[in-house]
Design a protein around this ligand. Structure first.
Ligand code: NAD
Length: 232
């Protein structure tokens, strides 16, 4: 294990992916049991699918909402929250859409891929929180469907959210990447900013990723175990 300790840093950024929530029982993207092994994204998670059959896409997202609602934040989420409470300069940038950091009490600076718990009406340009399961009603008062405020396949990231993430990474003195396979771009390359700015960098994962070489400290193990160790 490295000699890194959270208590030695003031401006920590936790950069999290699906592996952060794996111990909560939420399947990762690519691993065994990953949702895209079972479902074809072209039918459930792209704008074209939604335009073609919004009811089917909402049925799928309602199942995801119900599955995530049934899970609880894990010890790893709780360490992130505890560090943020102790060191107010700590920021969370996540690729996850599950809202688990917030449920564990953390403030999240950037949800790069949106949230399962927000909906938007593109016609009326309205975005709102919504935690109903199933999501009800599916239609906005304008008559169009609410759409999950998630970055689906083929969508662009919201540039305001990316700006917040970039600012966080430019200013951090410690970057801790947790449970991301580092293959979903452009999110995957954001940690480079912290590397270029000279932050201390840590990657927590069960295995190496294509960007592991960027990190000074490559810690292998379950997120909750490694985080507990760094928080001692
Ligand atoms: P990914 O599924 O591509 O990769 C998950 C990574 O986590 C892998 O590298 C794996 O080795 C690692 N991992 C698995 N269990 C771990 C554990 N207990 N401790 C530490 N590491 C562990 O996920 P990604 O890189 O986040 O990219 C997938 C995309 O799909 C992202 O946009 C992501 O937000 C989205 N997604 C989100 C959720 C969620 O919100 N919980 C779930 C699945 C996918």
């Amino acid at each position: 294990m490295s000699r890194i300790r959270f208590s030695d840093f003031e401006r920590i950024v936790f950069f999290t992916g699906a592996g952060m929530s794996a111990e909560s029982g939420i399947p990762t993207y690519r691993g065994k049991g990953g949702i895209w092994a079972e479902y074809d994204y072209e039918d459930y998670a792209c704008q074209r699918a939604f335009d073609r059959d919004p009811e089917r896409v909402w049925d799928f997202h309602d199942r995801r909402r119900a599955a995530v609602r049934a899970c609880e934040p894990n010890d790893g989420h709780r360490v992130v929250t505890a560090v943020q409470e102790r060191r107010p300069g700590t920021l969370v940038v996540t690729q996850n859409i599950d809202g688990m950091h917030q449920r564990a009490g953390a403030a999240v600076t950037a949800e790069l891929h949106g949230s399962l718990w927000r909906v938007r009406c593109d016609a009326d340009e309205i975005v709102r929180d919504d935690d109903t399961v199933p999501m009800t009603p599916r239609k906005c008062s304008c008559g169009g469907y609410w759409r999950p405020d998630i970055v689906w396949f083929e969508d662009s990231l919201d540039h305001r959210v990316v700006c917040r993430a970039r600012e966080a990474l430019e200013a951090c003195d410690l970057l801790v990447s947790i449970g991301t396979s580092a293959v979903v771009y452009p999110a995957a390359e954001l940690p480079r900013i912290a590397v270029q700015r000279g932050a201390v960098t840590v990657e927590i994962n069960l295995e190496d990723t294509p960007l592991s070489h960027l990190y000074q400290h490559r810690l292998r193990g379950k997120a909750s175990d490694v985080l507990a160790e760094l928080n001692r």
